[in-house]
Design a protein around this ligand. Sequence first.
Ligand code: ACM
Ligand code: ZN
Length: 778
Amino acid sequence: MKPFSKMNCMGLAFAGMLMASCADSPTAVADYQVVPMPLEITAASQGSFLLKSGETICYTAGNEKMKKNAEFLAAFIKEQTGIALKVAEGDGEEGIVLRLGLEAGSPEAYRLKVDGRKVEISAPSEAGVFYGIQTLRKSVSVHEGAGAVELPAVEINDSPRFGYRGMMLDVGRHMFSMDEIKTYIDMLALHHINRFHWHLSEDQGWRIEIKKYPRLTEIGSRRSETVIGRNSGRYDGKPYGGFYTQEQAREIVAYAAERYITVIPEIDLPGHMQAALAAYPELGCTGGPYEVWRMWGISDNVLCAGNDKTIRFIKDVLAEIIDIFPSEYIHVGGDECPKVKWETCPKCQARIKALGIKGDSKHSKEEYLQSYVIHEAEKFLTENGRSMIGWDEILEGGLAPNATVMSWRGEAGGIEAARQQHNVIMTPNTYLYFDYYQAKDTDSEPLAIGGYLPMERVYSYEPMPSALSPEEQKFITGVQANLWTEYIPTMAQAQYMVLPRMAALCETQWSAPEKKQDYQGFLKRTARLTRIYQLKGWNYATHIFDVNVHIAPNTETGKLDVTAGTIDDAPVYYTLDGTEPTTASSRYENGLTIDAACVLRMMAVRPEGNSRITRDSIAFSKSTAKPVTLLQPVNKPYEFKGATTLVDGMTGDRNYKTGRWIAFYKNDMEAVIDLKEATEISSMTLRTCVEKGDWTFDTRGITVEVSDDNKTFKKVASEAYPAMKETDANRIYTHTLTFDPVKTRYVKVTALSEKNIPAWHGGKGNPGFLFVDEIVLN
Ligand code: ACM
Ligand code: ZN
């Protein structure tokens, strides 16, 4: 099975499909606990509305948008239940009524009121009615063949936390058909998302027709082939390309608008422009020739900021973009623009001179030159009644006057921009980059860019930085997640990466923070939501249905304590010998204790199908589950469970962000393990994870010392290692130090971190990270 293939029927267990009696067909009961969680749900003490075929949805007479809303609701209910509702103009006192006129703080607010006679969705705007419809649709859920659905009497008053609720799709690296883009928009609509950020240009492909520059699509939309994997140096030999005509883009704009979604186009400039340079090489500093890039990364070939033609090109392209896209906000990128070509380009240097730009301690003169380009783009947009968004690099060299900043490199850029009184969209890669892995066991996942963002971490994201004052917080106007598609060639895989993490995103965007405190409740609601994903044929990831395994060293007993759970208390079976569990295997009841090496595998069993099978390899040594104390701190962002990680019997893979590794930065690892009684040892093994591009290096030296009183230590082994060379591999390094057998109670292991990154590296002179996963004593 491909890792991202659909799990059959996995959501069915969570249908909440309570059957009540009805004349001849079963009746299902709606559940208003949906995603995103509404602000206020007040159940009425009695009564319910029976939703059944033949009922009419009335909408405001003469209002085409309301008519469309009514048609949406009828179509959703038909698709999810088979119940056929009629649609008619009017404002009835019975049946299903869609109505404007509600007074509320947000135009997107709505009220959903159900009693014995009526289901009424009212809102200040058609958009609000649409969100009420989405909530009703999710409350009803999927009940194929249900004769009717009982809607218990209720009043729901709901309103979004953020006005900007975005989701980005990169179509530069891989593109998707018109139907697939529409499906993606349907996915956003189901999650109350109201901005589709469409990333339309990249080094690897230009995807939008620009009539004044036809070669952008004739040449810039096609690459001759694509690198295999993560820049392996091997290529697939297959031409790749395509673009959206202006007419098609307008069709997407209209399709999104019917669903109250604004399409925000992005033309990424002045970097990420190699495909445009392949089409118009005179816009680059060297004049080329350039090719549409066949590999991933950040190309040094960027627009020449010293060429007047470049500025004209930017304005011409933006002129056509604003003609296609009515969005107030237009995204001009601004991220990841290397300055190496500008540093030696006579035209760029002449521009720097002409503008009187000087470098200073904060920014180089080339960074100020980028700021000039972005200011020119903003001036053009402002003159044309639009507003500019850029990635947080647009802070470097000074923000353009009305720029909105998209904070992606963590939250620091957003905090800085809010302090400068600029609007901010929070989209930190550390929480909201859905191209990152969602599971620890990356071997069972489709190849991804890296990272580790499981559902729980996405859900934990709080976008209001506490570092900002209440006044400054007002500038945090939105939240967005991004899907970059280097490693995502198909819509099925795109869906696997974003669903159901989009459910966690939308609660952060929509729900009040006090409604976002119950992760287990959220998982149950998300499980119900996956029934709609399944009905729609969307390829969602099923990790939330897996057994949630916790393995913790118990320093009292010297064993490992295992606890396991599922979101629905499904029965769990396990093996300890690495084989796949079946229902004939041991059944997990109330915790397990592990005191020997094993491979623990766990599976949840449900009528609709088994979950994926977890796998945890556990080694046992003399240090496993012994008390450990760190004499120097762990680096906060990579602290996870802290010191006990070093004695939990488990090792990590090369993804050092999963919690199996902890990091030391600017100081060393200095760990004292208490063997609890005099114990003979003669070796110490320590592993480090090296990823030099991430400033993560091997240790420079290890010392092992022993002591009987935890005061006076005696060195028994020591090794020094040279600084890493550029040619040294990125991999896990295993260091074993052996020594004459010694009986001891306390063992101190010191591993020195790199304090001075070598000169061949971009981070030269800075400290590096030291990642360690386990200290093994034998
Ligand atoms: C980005 O991820 N380069 C905005
Ligand atoms: Zn130049």
